[in-house]
Design a protein around this ligand. Structure first.
Ligand code: SUG
Length: 443
């Protein structure tokens, strides 16, 4: 049975802004309050999708969530018309408005963890939604995203979309950003590395000192159980506290794995040598490329987001789709070595500046779903991209997205109206029917 890996990319929303909402994510903290460029952000995301499509891979697009999240604000006691709710929140609780307008849902790697049917006990593909409770703005994503994914995967005989874990701090889950699947070939059984930052058993003194870990071991283990991962196919590994303190708030900031390739920083995991030995024992053909700190410090890794590149297996060989920031300095030298040594056959650079300023590189923007033909056929085909659809999406962005937003604009009721018009048009473009609550309420 042929398996194809679908790249499902989150589309940037019309309220894309820099809220400074993620403590421990250096780019998010550094760009707080900066003027944002929603149209450019969405265009940059679409340009990346076009690159992947041109490589002969399956690329799909995930619609934005509705923002501002008025439902959230109303539950917090703000009353009146939509415009009144926005005005009162802006006046009395601007921080809450900041949360309610976040477009962080674009970083789809955090949306869920995928256990492909080849690796599950029941032969189904399991998508376990992430609760994202480590940050207040991202905690708002899960319920609507879960409903949306169920629209994209309506046939539970093939793909089952599971509710997120209960929203307990002990069960902090950030999805595929802390999970890697390795296998000798797409159709072969996979070996899963689940990377966590904290566990109830960890002594206080061993935790990161500067920044909070965003994934717990207890969550990772639960995700493997819910996703029906075959016993013995997982290893739960602790992220190096130094990596978290250097700004690797998700493990995909210091590691990327795909098929029989694993690229990681020397200071990525605790007991890294033992973990790599476990992988090699199960997958003798695994090519591990460990980048030493003397060639690229953790600081430089976080600044360049080299390890947040997409590592893509294409009909023409391995391609590294890297952020444009890797074109200079020590990261560029590492990239050149990856090419010289044959770890990858080709490197493509992508300008994702607007996403990078929120701490999201190429790999953050996509969720990978290895699907059999039957599973792919069960997916809502409207979100699968073609060149024609990409062009239509670009025209749609140009029509509805503002060029610039300042924090002050977030309370503008006109922005809400424009966003709804944009999302309404998008559901037609992607043949999604009434996807959003405002469409069903007849607004
Ligand atoms: O969760 N940034 C996201 C970036 C997510 C990156 N994803 C992966 N590494 N897979 C986050 O920290 C910034 C929002 C703001 O500051 O407005 C933000 O949420």
């Amino acid at each position: 049975m042929t398996v194809r890996e679908v790249q499902l990319d989150g589309l940037v929303g019309p309220t894309h802004h820099f809220g400074g909402l993620s403590f421990g994510n250096l780019a998010s903290m550094a760009h707080a309050g900066w003027r944002s460029r929603p149209r450019q952000a969405a265009r940059q995301g679409l340009a990346k999708m076009r690159q992947v499509l041109a490589l002969g891979l399956v690329q799909a697009v995930l619609p934005p969530l509705e923002r501002p999240d008025l439902d959230f604000l109303r539950r917090l006691g703000f009353r009146g018309s939509d415009a009144e709710v926005l005005a009162k929140t802006a006046q009395e609780a601007p921080y809450l408005l900041n949360l309610a307008t976040s477009s962080a849902f674009m970083w789809a790697a955090n949306m869920a963890t995928v256990i492909p049917s080849h690796d599950s006990e029941d032969g189904k593909c399991h998508v376990v939604m992430a609760n994202l409770i480590a940050t207040p703005h991202r905690a708002l994503e899960a319920p609507r995203r879960t409903a949306m994914l169920r629209v994209l995967f309506p046939d539970t005989r093939y793909v089952e979309v599971h509710d997120p874990l209960p929203p307990s701090p002990a069960l902090r889950d950030e999805g595929a950003a802390n999970h890697s699947r390795l296998s000798s070939e797409p159709e072969a059984a996979g070996w899963h590395l689940f990377v966590y930052g904290a566990t109830a058993a960890a002594p206080e003194a061993s935790l990161p000192r500067r920044f909070p870990p965003r994934q717990s071991r207890e969550a990772s283990e639960a995700v493997a159980r819910v996703g029906r991962l075959r016993p013995g196919h997982a290893r739960f590994v602790r992220q190096h506290p130094r990596a978290i303190d250097a700004g690797a708030f998700h493990n995909d900031v210091v590691m990327v794995g795909s098929g029989n390739r694993l690229l990681l920083h020397e200071c990525c995991l605790e007991e890294q040598a033992a973990v790599l030995a476990w992988c090699r024992q199960r997958l003798p053909e695994l090519w591990v490329y460990e980048v030493p700190a003397r060639e690229l410090s953790l600081k430089q890794a976080v600044r360049s987001y080299l390890f947040n590149s997409q590592l893509l297996h294409t009909p023409q060989g391995w391609v590294l789709l890297a952020p444009a920031e890797c074109q200079q300095g020590p990261a560029a030298r590492v990239v050149q070595r990856l090419l010289d040594d044959g770890f990858v056959d080709r490197v493509l650079f992508q300008d994702l500046e607007q996403s990078m300023w929120g701490g999201g590189g190429p790999a953050c923007l996509r969720l990978r779903l290895p699907l059999t033909q039957a599973e792919l056929a069960s997916m809502h085909s409207g979100v699968l991209l073609t060149e024609d659809k990409l062009q239509a999406l670009e025209a749609w962005v140009d029509r509805y997205y503002r060029e610039e937003l300042t924090p002050h604009d977030l309370a503008d009721p006109q922005l809400l109206e424009e966003s709804r018009q944009a999302l309404d048009a998008l559901t037609q473009l992607l043949q999604l029917g009434c996807l959003y609550a405002f469409q069903r309420e007849g607004v």
